[in-house]
Design a protein around this ligand. Structure first.
Ligand SMILES: Cc1ncc(COP(=O)(O)O)c(C=O)c1O
Length: 408
């Protein structure tokens, strides 16, 4: 390991919180991660040193422009592209996806088709189905295998056709943690001449996004899930971002990435997003730099999280009455990130979440907006109990959760 998990926790002041006299356990990461102090300081600097709008002929405006350019470059490195113009910032992934879906939907014709997976967060489902409805386009589905919560790729082959315009799929499920074979899905979709939109929101804090290796056309993520502030990121292929008929204001530039970044942006948040990537990179091998260091960091993060997952999953499976949804076999952990959905034979997820919350263990219950998936698995209206681990969690915290669950 190039970093010590306990030392690393010192970078996150929020982790010092105590509840009922004991340290809080943050297993709520899938809904938003905690933030290292370096990110807060970077945002602070942006607000104090260059808090100005863009395009002015004075020092703070020039400083802001420069910082944003650097952030585009850093996020491009994070996404795996060399073109910072392909990186679009916005309020969050949902808003960016709604805007993109409205824009792309204008290019569809009645009788066209789109394909969406049933494993999605609703932010990668409803923007597309609504745009489809507006354009008279038929919606088809990639189904989910119930036994291990993976995608049924045969069902993708069945629904791809000459009129498929777009396939929307997640890189990792925010409910069951499954990592999807994105490159394979892109290959099949491109063979049918369909575009592919990838929701990498849940994937981003755990694995390296690689827009080139995936071959996708659009990839979105959200900085507040990877130790940054509340900022959304959309990457798109240059030609597509240039050609798609976006809704924008007349005085705003038609160049990339500006034509997609409507209104005045959250400058301090964009600067903080780059600082969050610096945090991740700092965990990588210091003999490397740039993207190589990000890759090295995620290797370390993956190994660490894999060991925690194994402990957590084995521990829960040893308890009475619990069912773990999704992949549980450690030999298949390449196919999952450490986000676990569990249900109990007698206790509702909300009851368990409340009990744990009282003890300072933060977990979520419900559908986490992964409504297509809870519906497909027949888990509405209660959903599941979601335990989400990040690189700042520890095996002691896992053991504390297991002990609390055993007391149920
Ligand atoms: C997998 C996934 N996609 C999309 C979203 C929506 O992201 P945002 O909150 O940035 O709109 C979330 C948020 O929880 C998510 O987990």
């Amino acid at each position: 390991m190039t970093w010590d998990p306990l030392q690393l926790r010192g970078r996150f002041p929020a982790l010092e919180l105590e509840v009922a006299g004991r340290p809080a356990v943050f297993f709520d990461g899938p809904a938003g991660s905690q933030v290292p102090v370096a990110v807060v300081e970077a945002m602070n600097r942006a607000l104090v040193q260059f808090n100005a709008n863009l395009g002015g002929h004075f020092v703070t405006s020039v400083g802001c422009e420069r910082a944003l350019q650097e952030a585009h470059r850093r996020v491009a490195e994070f996404m795996g592209t060399e073109d910072p113009g392909e990186v679009v910032f916005g309020p969050n992934m949902t808003t960016l996806t709604l805007a993109l879906a409205r824009a792309i939907g204008r290019t569809w014709e009645a009788g066209d088709e789109i394909v969406v997976s049933r494993m999605e967060h609703d932010a990668n489902y409803t923007p597309w189905t609504q745009a489809a409805r507006d354009a008279g386009v038929e919606v088809r589905h990639i189904e989910v295998n119930r036994d291990d919560c993976t995608l049924d790729l045969d069902s993708l082959d069945r629904v791809l056709g000459a009129r498929t315009r777009l396939v929307a799929v997640g890189a990792a499920s925010n409910m069951v943690g499954t990592v999807n074979p994105v490159a394979e899905i892109v290959n099949r979709a491109h063979a049918a001449n369909a575009l592919v939109f990838v929701d990498a929101v849940h994937y981003a804090p755990h694995r390296t996004i690689d827009v080139e290796a995936w071959g996708a056309d659009f990839v979105a993520c959200s900085a507040y899930k990877f130790f940054g502030p509340h900022v959304g990121v959309l990457w798109g292929r240059r030609s597509l971002l240039e050609e798609t008929p976006v809704y924008k204001l007349r005085p705003a530039s038609d160049r990339l990435p500006d034509r997609w970044m409507t209104g005045t942006q959250n400058h301090e948040g964009i600067v903080g997003t780059a600082a969050a990537i610096d945090h991740i990179a700092s965990l990588g091998d210091d003999a490397t730099e740039g993207r190589a260091r990000i890759l090295s960091a995620f290797d370390e993060i993956g190994t660490y999280e894999g060991a925690l997952s194994e402990r957590l999953i084995a521990g829960i499976q040893a308890l009475d009455g619990f069912h773990v949804w999704g992949i549980t076999d450690p030999s298949r952990f390449e196919e999952r990130v450490p986000t676990l959905s569990v249900t109990h034979a007698r206790h509702k997820p909300v009851e368990i979440a409340r009990r744990l919350g009282e003890q300072g263990i933060f977990v979520w219950d419900g559908n986490f907006y992964a409504l297509p998936l809870t519906e497909a698995l027949g888990l509405e209206p209660d959903g599941t109990l979601r335990i989400g681990l990040l690189h700042y969690n520890t095996s002691d915290e896992v053991d504390r959760l297991l002990a609390a669950l055993a007391e149920l």
